[in-house]
Structures are given as C-alpha cells and as structure tokens.
Write a protein that binds this ligand. Structure first.
Ligand code: ZN
Length: 665
C-alpha cells in the first residue's frame, strides 16, 4: 500500500513539474478482425474532439490508439480466408490506421498489440508484477466462452442461452488457465469509483459499475492454452504452454503506447491516463478489471473513463447479418471527413445512443453546416474580396450591435470551454454554431451591401467585426471540424498555427491585414433520389401500356400480365436465425440467407412456429416487395405461407433441398 502511494506521488510530481500541463487520452483499442464501422467513427471523433480541445486549452496532449490483434477472432478470420494471422492483421490494422488518418484523428501513436518490440515487453512486465503481488494463480476451469466478446459468461448472464451482445451460443471451454485475484480488490475499487478518484462518465455507468463491484467480484481468467490460442498472442512469462488473455494484453496498449517497458521516462511523463474513451459494451473491463490490474502492479489508475453509446443505422442495430453496416471511409469519400464528424458530434448526444441516417446527414449538412457556418464565413470573406480587395478595413466607432457581437465571442468561448471541460461535446458544438448564426443575423441586419454606398464608415465597421467573428469561429470549430478550420485559417491569411483558446476574442485581425485565397468550405449535397424516382415511374408507365390480358381465369383478384409477374423477385432462402420481435406476440424476425446476400424478414407466424422449427430450413420468399416496418423492425423480404381454413399459416418448402438464392419461376 505505502509503496504504491509513494510511487504515485513521485509520478504526479514529475508530470506537474513541466511548464505545460499534460493530458493523456486513448480510444479503446479496436479489434481488427473487420474494417472500421460508424461506431468506431463516433469513438474516434469524440476522442479527437477532446484531445484537440485540450491542445487549444494549452496542454501538451498524448493520444494513443492502435490495433488489438492478439484475439482468437483474428486467427479464425484468417483461417477462413486462407491467409496467415499475421497477414490478416497487417491488412486490417492498415485499414484502421488509414481510417484514423482520414477522419482527422490527431493520435500521437498507433500501436499494434502484435508488436514484439513496442508492446510485448510492457505486457509481460505488467504480468510479472501481478505475479509478484501474488495475484496470479493457476486453476482448472470450465466456462462458457463467447469468441465475439473474447470473454467468459456465467449461465445467468446469457439471454436464452445466448451471448447478450452477439446472440450466439458460447463455446464450452475447459482448460487450465491463470487467474487474476480480482476478489482481493473489491473494497479498493468501490472506494476508487465512489470517491471519484476514478471518474466515470456518465453517471449511469458509474452507478452500474459500483453496483457490480458491490455485488461481489470473482477472479477472472487471464490466459489461455497455446493450443486454443493457436500460438497467437503474447506468451505468459515462464510458461510456454500459455498465452496471455486478450484483454489483459489489449488493455496494456494504454501503457505500452507511452513507452511502458521500453521508455521509462516517457511513460512516467504521461501515466496515469487522464481519460479512456470507450463504448458501453466494455465498461466492466475498463472500470473494474483494468484498475485492479494496475493496483496489483503498483501503478496509478486512470483518472477517468468516458463511455459513449451505440450508433444504430436507420433505427436498427448495425450488424453484418442485416447488411446495414455503414462504412465510414466510403462515407468520407462521398461527403468529406468534416461532414461525417459534424453529424456524429452534433446529432448524437454525447453519452447516449444515437442513430445514423444518410438522409439526415444530407439534411444537416445542407441546412445547418452550410446554411449557418459555411454561409456566414463565405459571405464575409467574399464581400471583403469583392469590395475591399481582401484587406481588413479599419473599424469606426462601435455601435450597439457591433459591441454585442464582439461580446458574444467572449460568451461563446466561455460556453464552449465550460461544456468541453464537462465533456459535453454536443453542447459545445451547439454553442459554436450559435455564434455563427448570430454572425449571420448581424450581417443581414447591418446590410453592408447598402451601407457601402450610403455609410462607408459603418460598412467598414461591419466587416471588421464580421471577419473577427470568422477568426474566432476558426478556432472554436477546430476540435470538431479540423479540416475546415485549418482551411479557414489559411483563407484568413494567418501564417501561425491555429490559435489557443485563450486568444479567442482577444487577438484580432487588424486593419490592413490581407486575407488569403478564399473558397467555400463545404459543397451542397445534391439529392439525386427525386430524379431517380421520376425516371423509374416513367419506365413503369411504359410497361403498363404493353399490358395485354387475354387469359381468363377464376379469381377475385385482377389478372396480372406476364411481364408484371416477371417483376417478382421470388427466391429460396435459408433461415439463418429467428427471434421474437420485442413487444409482439405474433412477429418473428428472421435473418434469411440468399447466398449472395442476407435479408431480414418480419413474419406473423410466431404463434405457430418456434424459432427452432424454422432455423436452418429453406422456404420461398419474395425479395422485391415494398419494404415495411412492423413494430419498428423493417421487413426486407416476405416469406410465403399457405393459409389453412382456420387461418393457420403453413410455410411453403421446396420438395427437396435447393441452394439458398435459387430463383423461383
Ligand atoms: Zn459475445
């Protein structure tokens, strides 16, 4: 105990001794068994906005991210693709590195957990320190393991026998593993969380973690057999039969990213972390396991954990089986990184779940980002270019409106700063936008295009005030929209790097300052949908004219011409999974495999068919029926059933097994 305290004090002293205060922040270290999705984008953008704000606040910032590569999932994914695990990790971690750059993450390092030089020594040292503290012991273990989570579950934690995160059956694993004596840290963890020494944001997650700690902590497995790990991962020091458990190792990136095990001076400068930014699915690892491991090793615990929510897509949980995974890189290629950053920071409440919708992104870009911020900035700069040869004029006597707007800059600076100190990113961005809106209103009211003819002095003042609002906006937006801010800074003709927060409103562009080349910061997104719809209707009308109904038949329904019938996309699909739709006693949600694609069907058969009756079997489906939502769940295809006299549905099955995706004629 006392040893730990002394050590902590000395580290804190070293860190404070430097003139500039430091700030160490991390993202969770993403698994790289697939490419980045929109959820990663949210985490990276939130982390980056905080990191950039801290820089503006005058701090020295270190930002660690990287790739969690030592997981079993990577071994399996590589096997499926017929390449080595190393090859897979090389490819996938590169996707993440590129993604981080593209989205404008200002990370200091990108550390791969497969790095034998930079990562392994630190993790092995952490292990040895926990062993020394007698917190590591060997035990035969039998448990339910979800490869998706890389974690063991208790029977009671499963939902209908399935992993609550992945909705799949965990594997039964039996082997001898090393365990970490977490139970020993219950009291100290409770105290850390309760006292706020380890701050958890938001409050709901703090409460949840505290309740979990108080309910009693069990020791957890921190290694696996070399056989099960297929030899992939960091070896347990002194035991060649075991590999360090993926979480013990991945969490270690937070230490090794700043030199733990390789560069002691650097490590001492930055540790403990000021903030770990994580998703809500991994709170237990960060708020409980991780601090306990650090306490065991005699290291200070992180100061805070920031927990963000999940991103749904068009109201649905994002999943590969639904085929609705949003690729943030494609999105950035289409719309630009700042547009994506703007959406994630502005639309999604900072600590809550939020929804992604491309239509909403377009709407927000055009109606908020461009109409407000982009428009104001371009109006001011282009007016200066056209009428003042891009030179800032000298202000006359300030009127009421002029002073009010200059004062608003100060107020906005305070509001943004306050929100960012509380990590309320959405509120901070709203405050910055409000200044741009105020600038727009001011410009409109002052009508410089009139006063330039009638009252030149007043016009000069308006432009002087306006261009200085633009200057303030460039700094205020930098944590959120760094690419646009930096472009704007250049357009303002300022040579130095972007201003620190302190200077916002204080430093001004004075008369005689020459602006740089100007250009609109954003381009309006054209909505093509309407045009496509019109074209489609024309084609359909033509087809209708060709209709010739000659067949006579007995039916209450109208005769369908052959070419109309041909429009039906009928296929055989294999039901891959089925589950009840929440709050409905008749709807089942099916994921159906059609060979080249998977679609979701919502079907009113739950009273007659149980999921296990239909999973794994083939049925007939229609794929191009208008999509419709039932109880909020979208049905993307329709299953066929015959109806018995009493209304009981009987599903139609092919006479013998056919390949999923086969056409039905
Ligand atoms: Zn899972």
């Amino acid at each position: 105990m006392s040893g730990f305290k002394t050590k902590k004090k000395s580290i804190a002293a070293k860190r404070g001794a430097k003139g500039k205060k430091g700030f160490y922040i991390t993202t969770a270290i993403p698994y790289v068994n697939a490419s980045p999705h929109i959820g990663h984008a949210l985490e990276f953008v939130q982390t980056d906005a905080i990191a950039r704000f801290q820089k503006l606040a005058g701090k020295d910032v270190f930002f660690t991210t990287g790739a969690d590569e030592n997981s079993l999932k990577n071994v399996q994914a590589a096997e499926l693709r017929g390449i080595t695990t190393q090859q897979l990790c090389d490819q996938n971690s590169e996707l993440f590195r590129e993604f981080a750059g593209k989205i404008g993450a200002s990370n200091t390092v990108f550390l791969r957990s497969s790095s034998k030089r930079e990562h392994w020594p630190g993790v092995q040292r952490l292990w040895k320190l926990c062993v020394k503290r007698r917190d590591v012991y060997k035990k035969k273990y039998r448990g339910l393991y979800c490869v998706g989570c890389e974690a063991f579950y208790k029977e009671s934690e499963l939902v209908n026998g399935l992993c609550p995160e992945h909705k799949r059956k965990p594997d039964v694993v039996e082997e001898e593993n090393y365990f970490f004596r977490l139970s020993r840290y219950q009291r100290r963890l409770a105290k850390l969380i309760e006292s706020g020494e380890l701050k958890v944001l938001p409050e709901a997650h703090r409460k949840e973690a505290l309740a979990f700690v108080k309910s009693g902590l069990e020791d957890f497995s921190i290694s696996r057999s070399v056989a099960r790990a297929k030899g992939w991962g960091v070896p347990v020091p002194g035991d060649s039969s075991q590999i360090i458990y993926v979480w013990f190792d991945a969490l270690g990136v937070y230490l090794t990213g700043i030199g733990y095990g390789t560069d002691e001076a650097k490590f001492k400068k930055w540790w403990p972390a000021d903030m770990h930014v994580i998703g809500k699915g991994i709170t237990r690892f960060h708020i409980i396991y991780w601090p306990a491991m650090l306490l065991s090793a005699g290291l200070p615990v992180p100061k805070s954990v920031f927990v963000h929510g999940y991103v749904t897509v068009e109201g649905q949980k994002m999943s590969k089986s639904l085929g609705n995974v949003v690729d943030p890189v494609a999105l950035m290629d289409e719309y630009g990184a700042d547009v994506v950053r703007y959406y994630l920071l502005n639309e999604i409440p900072t600590f809550e779940d939020g929804d992604f919708s491309e239509a909403r992104l377009i709407e927000k870009t055009n109606n908020e980002l461009i109409a407000n911020f982009g428009n104001f900035v371009y109006r001011v700069l282009s007016f200066l270019k056209a009428n003042f040869n891009s030179v800032v004029p000298k202000a006359g006597k300030l009127g009421k409106d002029d002073s009010a707007l200059l004062k608003k800059i100060e107020e906005t600076k305070t509001a943004v700063s306050k929100s960012m100190e509380d990590y309320k990113l959405q509120d901070a961005l709203h405050a910055a936008l409000e200044l741009a809106a105020e600038g727009n209103r001011y410009f409109q009211k002052k009508q410089p295009w009139e006063t330039i003819k009638s009252n030149k002095r007043d016009c000069d003042t308006t432009l002087y005030v306006s261009v200085n609002v633009v200057r303030a906006l460039a700094t205020l937006f930098w944590p959120f929209l760094p690419f646009s801010s930096e472009a704007l800074w250049k357009q303002l003709g300022i040579k130095d790097k972007i201003d620190v927060f302190e200077n916002v409103g204080k430093k001004r562009l004075e008369s005689g300052h020459k602006l740089g080349e100007i250009a609109p910061l954003f381009r309006k997104i054209e909505v093509m949908e309407e045009k496509n719809m019109q074209a489609k209707k024309k084609v359909e009308k033509k087809a209708e004219k060709k209709v010739e109904a000659k067949v006579e038949m007995k039916s209450e329904k109208p005769v369908i011409p052959f070419n109309e019938f041909q429009k039906l996309d009928l296929r055989i699909g294999r039901v891959e999974s089925a589950e009840p739709v929440p709050n409905s006693n008749n709807l089942l949600r099916l994921i159906v495999d059609f060979g080249d694609q998977k679609l979701q069907a919502v079907s009113g058969i739950a009273r007659w068919y149980k999921p296990e009756d239909i999973v794994g079997r083939e049925y007939m489906f229609m794929l191009n029926l208008e999509r419709k939502k039932f109880m909020g769940v979208e049905s993307q295809c329709m299953i066929f059933a015959a109806e018995e006299e009493d209304g009981v549905p009987v599903l139609l099955v092919p006479e013998k097994q056919v390949k999923p995706g086969s056409w039905v004629h």
